[in-house]
Design a protein around this ligand. Sequence first.
Ligand code: RB5
Length: 149
Amino acid sequence: MIAIGCDHAGFELKEAIRKYLEENNIEYKDFGTYSTDSVDYPVFAYKVADSIVKEECERGILCCGTGIGISMAANKVKGIRAAVCSDEFCAEMTRRHNDANIICLGGRVISEEMAVKLADIFLHTEFEGGKHLKRVNMVTDIENGKNIL
Ligand code: RB5
């Protein structure tokens, strides 16, 4: 199950991604927002992030104007690794090396076509593990207040 969410500035991208998920028979839960009326992005970041840490959804896709604010909010939730991406290389590498569980996209930065491309890469690329797992675990240690030095 894929969680999707956005604010008003990411609404069109979210809709394009929703269409892609529908067409590809990928199960998703749409946490809103559902129009271009102005809303607060942390609400939707939290809803999507919470569904992932509660294991109701495996991965998430969040959209706001830049992808930045919504990623900052999502990354405050323990267990979330949210990555802002605007190109194919980063979308691939954040799965392979960072085991990102949320991709964040900017409706004022990239096209709908690019957003769908990045979502597709994000959903179909696996984490490499190995030395990258050690590093991802170190990030979790920092999150848990451990001194990793
Ligand atoms: C909304 O205008 C905008 O601030 C928001 O979508 C996002 O870009 C924040 O980071």
